[in-house]
Design a protein around this ligand. Structure first.
Ligand SMILES: NC(=O)c1ccc[n+]([C@@H]2O[C@H](COP(=O)([O-])OP(=O)(O)OC[C@H]3O[C@@H](n4cnc5c(N)ncnc54)[C@H](OP(=O)(O)O)[C@@H]3O)[C@@H](O)[C@H]2O)c1
Length: 246
């Protein structure tokens, strides 16, 4: 691995996370202390994992950010205060009541194999998109044909999977969390109603408004390249535009 490139990405994320937290402070974020703090394990603390995990810390949730090189997360967690800590992916899988699985889609078979038992029965939020160039043509093609949520569930048996946070760049999530002129809609899909409720609460705590599109079999409706992808509109606007009942 090019360690300089790695550190450069981390620095970029740190700057963005700090900017997001400053912006939040200025906008009176909804939750400085969540009514229902949940232990969250973030697996993959890169752009999206670092960003959304930071928003949850700000909302009062204890978050374990993980990396295969946890020593490189010291600066990130150091800037977030006592609710944030760093560890390995295995530690995150065991720590979290909820797991944010923010890794490249191509890593799912290995993570399901290695960490599946530790995540079994837990709510797992999956922001992954499948890209052939990064994740491999075979996996991308399977995600396309089965639908990413259904295909991913095959690699993560026993978890309570919810597809979430896949439709926006982390930059938009940093910039527009708790948007004063109207919270942006985040589409969700899952088969477990309890898991969808947990995911919906966490979407609100991060500063957005959840819209449950339907079961995992409908998660392809907001995959990359679909009309629902990247819609920076409020939940009522999203429901009306795509005919999704309350
Ligand atoms: N970037 C965005 O704006 C965005 C938006 C929506 C959805 N997504 C999706 O979110 C996922 C992550 O994207 P990203 O941009 O955040 O990527 P990223 O910045 O490269 O971060 C991904 C992290 O995953 C970890 N990782 C990779 N392989 C792993 C493995 N086998 N086991 C454990 N950890 C592993 C790496 O952590 P270590 O090397 O530190 O272990 C890396 O920091 C992708 O599926 C992407 O499609 C991204």
């Amino acid at each position: 691995m090019d360690r300089n490139a790695f550190c450069g990405r981390r620095d970029f994320l740190l700057a963005g996370a700090a900017a997001a937290l400053l912006a939040l402070g200025g906008r009176a974020a909804r939750a400085q202390g969540s009514a229902n703090p949940l232990k969250i394990g973030v697996i993959g603390s890169g752009h999206i994992g670092g960003t959304v995990g930071s928003l949850w810390v700000k909302a009062g949730h204890p978050v374990l950010f993980s990396s295969r090189h946890p020593e490189e997360l010291k600066e990130l967690v150091g800037g977030l205060g006592s609710l944030a800590r760093a560890g390995t992916p295995a530690e995150a899988a065991s720590f979290g009541d909820v797991i944010f699985l923010a890794v490249p889609y191509g890593a799912l078979p290995q993570i399901g194999h290695d960490l599946g038992p530790a995540m079994s029965g837990k709510v797992v939020l999956l922001p992954a998109n499948a890209v052939a160039g990064r994740d491999g043509a075979a996996l991308a093609s399977e995600a396309q044909s089965k639908g990413l949520g259904v295909a991913a569930a095959g690699y993560l048996p026993g978890v309570r999977l919810v597809r979430a946070f896949n439709t926006f760049s982390y930059r938009i999530l940093q910039k527009d969390a708790h948007r004063p002129e109207g919270l942006i809609a985040i589409p969700l899909a899952g088969d477990d109603q309890g898991a969808l409720k947990v995911a919906s609460d966490l979407v609100r705590d991060a500063g957005f408004e959840p819209v449950v599109v339907g079961p995992l079999s409908r998660s392809g409706e907001f995959s990359m390249g679909t009309p629902m992808y990247g819609q920076e509109i409020t939940a009522p606007e999203f429901r009306q535009k795509f005919n999704i009942p309350q």
